[in-house]
Each structure stands twice: as C-alpha cells, then as structure tokens.
Design a protein around this ligand. Structure first.
Ligand code: NAP
Length: 245
C-alpha cells in the first residue's frame, strides 16, 4: 500500500527566460539568471536535506548542488541523481575521473536507478560514505519515480543521521515536468530572467488540457537583481489522486 507520509515535501526550482526556456538549443543554461538569484538558490538549498537533478543535467553540467557563496555552517544537503536506465552508471564505468569527482566532497550522492545487474562491478568501487545506489525496478517512469523516492527516504534515514523531509528538484525541464505529471510537487520556485531565447526543447510542461490542469497559488514574489522570483504552492498535490501503487 502506497503511503503518502513516506514521501518528502518536494520543491521544484528553476530559472527560465521570459519565453519559458531553461536552456538554449545548444543545452547551455549557465547562466540564465543573475548573481543575486543564484545566491538565493544556495539559501534555498540550505533548507532542504537533498537536492535532485536528472541524469542529463548531471552529465552535462557536473553540478555540485552544494550550499556555497553564503554564510552556512549547517550540514550540506545530499545530492540525488535520477538515473532510471543507468546512463550515469555507464558513464562512471567508462570514466574513472567522473567516479572520483562524484565521490569528492563532504556529503553523499544517491543514484536512483533501475535494478541493473550489469553495473554491480562498478558499485564495488563506490565508497558507501560518498556514493550509494538506490535501486527500484523500472517499468513505468512515474511509478519508478514514486517507488524510487520512497526507497530513497528509507535508505536516507538509515545512512544519514536525519530524515529526508524536504527535497529540492533543480531540473532539467524533463525531470521537473515528470515530477509535476507524477503529482509529486508541493511548491514551485520559478525565477524569470529578462531574456528571450526561442526554442522548444527546454520547457517545463505537463501536456494537460486546461480543464484538468493543476492550479498554483502565488505565495510571494521578489525581485532578485534583474530576475523576478515567483513562489507558488501547488493547490492539489496529486500523489494520492493520480497514482495508486
Ligand atoms: N535553467 C535551469 O534552472 C536549469 C536547471 C537544471 C538544468 N538545466 C539544463 O537542462 C538541460 C538538461 O535537461 P533535460 O530536460 O534535457 O534533462 P534532465 O531533466 O536533466 O534529465 C532527464 C531525465 O529524465 C529521465 N526520464 C524522463 N522521462 C523519462 C521516461 N519517460 N522514461 C525514462 N526516463 C525518463 C531521463 O532518463 P535517461 O537518463 O534514462 O534518459 C533523465 O534521467 C541541461 O542543458 C541543463 O543545463 C537548466
């Protein structure tokens, strides 16, 4: 039986252009938003126990997802990478520098993957203090996402000395969209930057019809340098309505 209590509160955070693009057509997203907005992102990270990105974002940006550039003496959030079909695992197998860089730093990285036995030998090289594989059978992506997050909460509680109650998802657009479609988002933090890029690939969307669409309630808005940050509450976190496992 699927228990909503075992899922963390999820904040989706991204920066987009005026025309809704999270990256340009050559997959560049550094930097859409300005310095103040990026500093704010670090403050927001500090209020979550874990920061999650999709495999594509990790492999492209090799993002650290740490809290930095602000005064902070708390525990760094864990890094979580979704890797449903083992793309990151494959890259780690082929690139020892990537494996080394993933295991650097003070906190742990969790790789959420399918149960892929082909990569058991690479796992032998993992330092469990730094890198852990959380496995869940991949079938349907949304079910996998729910199942993997529930697994993550259990593993996290055992390995860290704290509970995973707040998870921040930082992109890319595919991952953010899948969290929305799976009814897993509780809050949105969207930075709008004064740029127009054009293109269609890097947009957050659910493909819903207007009559079925989730409504968001504005909580606050703030100007950060030249960017506008909008904070929304998701009116109906739909985990229970859309997916029964
Ligand atoms: N502006 C911002 O705030 C921001 C933030 C973060 C990233 N970015 C940019 O976003 C770009 C990357 O974003 P992206 O949207 O291409 O990728 P992404 O969201 O980082 O990664 C896509 C992930 O979704 C998985 N996935 C999605 N649907 C799936 C399905 N139906 N079945 C199986 N797996 C599924 C993919 O699995 P597989 O790996 O198995 O395919 C992959 O792990 C980069 O250019 C990055 O710089 C921008």
């Amino acid at each position: 039986m699927y228990r909503i209590g075992s899922l963390p509160q999820v904040t989706l955070k991204w920066a987009q252009t005026l025309d809704g693009q999270l990256a340009d057509d050559s997959d560049q997203s550094q930097w859409i938003s300005g310095v103040e907005e990026r500093r704010y992102t670090h403050r927001l990270r500090a209020t979550h126990q874990a920061i999650l990105v999709g495999a594509q974002t990790f492999l492209k940006d090799l993002c650290q997802l740490t809290v930095r550039d602000i005064e902070f003496d708390g525990q760094q959030p864990a890094r979580v990478i979704i890797d449903p079909r083992g793309r990151v695992l494959k890259a780690l197998k082929e690139n020892s520098h990537l494996l080394l860089s993933l295991q650097m730093g003070p906190r742990r990285t969790y790789l959420l993957t399918d149960i892929l036995d082909d990569y058991d030998d690479i796992e032998e090289l993992f330092d469990p203090k730094k890198l852990l594989r959380v496995r869940y059978r991949f079938n349907d992506f949304r079910q996998w996402l729910h199942g993997s997050l529930r697994q993550l909460v259990l593993v996290f509680e055992k390995t860290e000395v704290r509970r995973l109650t707040h998870l921040m998802v930082e992109g890319g657009a595919t991952t953010l969209s899948e969290f929305l479609k799976a009814g897993l988002a509780h809050r949105l933090e969207v930075a709008i930057s004064p740029l127009i890029l054009g293109g269609r690939r890097h947009r957050v969307g659910t493909g819903s019809l207007l009559k079925n669409v989730d409504r968001f309630e504005v909580e606050s808005k703030e100007q950060l340098g030249s960017d506008i940050l909008l904070r929304y509450k998701v009116m109906t976190p739909t985990c229970t309505q859309r997916l029964t496992i």
